[in-house]
Design a protein around this ligand. Structure first.
Ligand SMILES: [Zn+2]
Length: 281
């Protein structure tokens, strides 16, 4: 039934979110029926990290990421350290989501930078890439500039990048948005770029300019479910992993590539960017 469908990659789907509590099994079944091949479940705090890990443990095609979101960056350092100290778990393939958000500004910028730096240190120690959330108010790019400055000042910004990654991307711009100069800066630092439903918004029209210049081996797709539902999806109130097919189609169109060729490349990208440290059943 699914063999004719292209394999899908959702590099950022919050299956542990409360909004999936009532029908998570059905959401997972729809993802598989849509030929979901890989799913990364990122977290935003300690509770969501534990819940995401638990779900990933039950799905051989899913992995988890642990981190503290910039919205809650003012967390006690000991609490953050307690979470990040578990990052060597083989189910955890990435560190995040974390980053800089000056759009909603829910915690002071200084705390967001400290929080990001703590995640960078763990990512570079383990060779597990950062999942980066970065948003400025519409039309501005101060968060993006701060993010790049912090990355450049870290081990990731050194010639050749952080050693533990051995040339693999040390970070993924999740739900990448903003001007082309930002994306070019991230690519120059060796990062990968993940496209979400944000690309369909009029305020993010710049995505069309830069989505073509992302090297095909540094490209991912994602939903950010339950958020960022894209036009045309069946439920306009809640996004879900199966909907990443809309984003895949859009990215292929913008880049002038065949879905049948692009889709397996994204699966290969996922496996290269998020290598598992131990085989899974
Ligand atoms: Zn997210």
């Amino acid at each position: 039934m699914t063999s004719s469908l292209p394999p899908l990659v959702d590099a950022h789907g919050h299956l542990q979110a409360e909004r999936f509590t009532g029908d998570r099994t059905a959401v997972i079944e729809r993802a598989r029926a849509a030929n979901m091949a890989r799913l990364l479940i990122p977290s935003w705090d300690r509770e969501s990290a534990a819940a995401g890990r638990e779900i990933a443990a039950q799905l051989p095609w899913a992995d988890a990421a642990i981190g503290i979101h910039p919205h809650v960056a003012s967390i006690a350092p000991a609490e953050r350290d307690a979470l990040l100290s578990t990052a060597d778990d083989p189910l955890i393939v990435a560190i995040g989501e974390t980053g800089i958000d000056t759009d909603r500004n829910r915690s002071p910028l200084a705390d967001q930078i400290t929080n990001l730096e703590a995640h960078i240190a763990v990512a570079c120690a383990l060779g597990k890439p950062l999942i980066i959330h970065c948003r400025s108010v519409i039309g501005a790019d101060d968060a993006q500039r701060q993010l790049l400055a912090t990355l450049r000042a870290s081990e990731i910004g050194q010639p050749g990048g952080a050693k533990a990654f051995a040339g693999r991307p040390a970070f993924v711009l999740h739900s990448a948005s903003g001007p082309a100069s930002y994306v070019e800066g991230a690519l120059a630092l060796g990062g990968a770029v993940s496209i979400s439903g944000l690309a369909f918004r009029a305020s993010e029209a710049a995505t069309r300019d830069w989505v073509r210049i992302v090297p095909v081996d540094r490209l991912l797709t994602e939903t950010d479910a339950p958020w960022l539902v894209m036009p045309g999806a069946p439920d306009q109130e809640r996004n879900e992993p199966a909907n990443v097919a809309y984003t895949l189609r859009w990215v292929a169109e913008q880049r002038g590539e065949e879905i049948a060729e692009l889709a397996p490349r994204l699966v290969a990208n996922y496996d290269r960017i998020f290598p598992r440290s131990a085989p899974r059943g």
